[in-house]
Design a protein around this ligand. Structure first.
Ligand code: MD6
Ligand code: FE
Length: 200
C-alpha cells in the first residue's frame, strides 16, 4: 500500500485487498438489487455512458431538470442504506465523526467514460469526497479548479481509494477510458466506482 499525491488528490494505491473488495462488492450488489442501475440523461438531453445508482439519504443524478441530489431513485423508492464496508473506508481515511449522506455508485462498461467535471452539488466543500475503484482499471484525469489547462492522469485499479479534499475539493477530474479485461473481480467485467459524499 502506498499513498500518492497528485494535484492535491490523495491516492491510496491498493488500500483494499481482494477479500475487502469482495465484501464491498457484496454491499454494492445489495444496493443494486434494491435500487437498479439506470443511465442518467444530462440537462442537455444526452444519455450518459455510465450507469448509476446510489445509497444513503440522498442519491445523485441528472435529468432534464438538471444535476442534483434527490431522496428517491427515479422509480420513486428511497435509496437503500450505504454499505457498512463503504462507511468503514470513510472512517479509516477521514477519521471524521460526520458520515457521508450519499454513496454514488457508477458502473462503466468498456466503452463508458466520464467527462471532466467538478463535484459541486454539495452544500459545503469543506467535507472531502472519498472514491473507491473496483474491477477493471480506469484512466483518471485530474486538472485544476479552472476548466481547461494542464492535467495529469493515473490508472486507478481495483482496491485503490482516492480522497479529494482541501485545495483539491473543486479540482476538475474525469475518467478517460477503461482497460477491458484488466481485473477478474467482476465476473462480467467493467468498472465500479463508489463516491462517498456529505451532501447537506
Ligand atoms: C470515477 N470519480 O472514478 C469518477 N469524484 O469513476 C469521480 O468523479 C470522483 O474519483 C470525486 C472524488 C473522487 C472521484
Ligand atoms: Fe467526481
Amino acid at each position: 500500500m502506498t499513498v500518492l499525491r497528485l494535484r492535491g488528490f490523495e491516492i491510496h494505491k491498493g488500500l483494499l485487498d481482494r477479500a475487502e473488495q469482495l465484501v464491498l462488492l457484496d454491499g454494492v450488489r445489495a444496493v443494486v438489487k434494491a435500487a437498479p442501475f439506470f443511465r442518467p440523461v444530462t440537462p442537455g438531453g444526452q444519455k450518459m455512458s455510465v450507469r448509476m445508482t446510489s445509497a444513503g439519504k440522498y442519491g445523485w443524478y441528472s435529468d432534464a431538470e438538471g444535476y442534483r441530489y434527490a431522496p428517491t431513485h427515479p422509480n420513486g423508492t428511497p435509496w437503500p442504506a450505504i454499505p457498512d464496508a463503504a462507511l468503514a473506508i470513510w472512517d479509516r481515511l477521514t477519521g471524521l465523526e460526520r458520515h457521508p449522506e450519499c454513496c454514488l455508485i457508477n458502473y462503466y462498461d468498456s466503452d463508458a467514460r466520464m467527462g471532466m467535471h467538478q463535484d459541486r452539488d454539495e452544500a459545503d466543500f469543506r467535507w472531502p469526497v472519498v472514491s473507491v475503484s473496483l474491477g477493471d482499471e480506469g484512466l483518471f484525469r485530474i486538472g485544476g479548479q479552472k476548466r481547461g489547462g494542464k492535467t495529469d492522469s493515473i490508472w486507478l485499479q481495483s482496491g485503490d481509494v482516492v480522497v479529494m479534499g482541501g485545495e483539491a475539493r473543486l479540482h476538475h477530474h474525469g475518467i478517460d477510458r477503461i482497460r477491458a479485461g484488466s481485473s477478474k473481480l467482476l465476473p462480467k467485467g467493467g468498472r465500479i466506482n463508489l463516491t462517498l459524499r456529505v451532501v447537506e
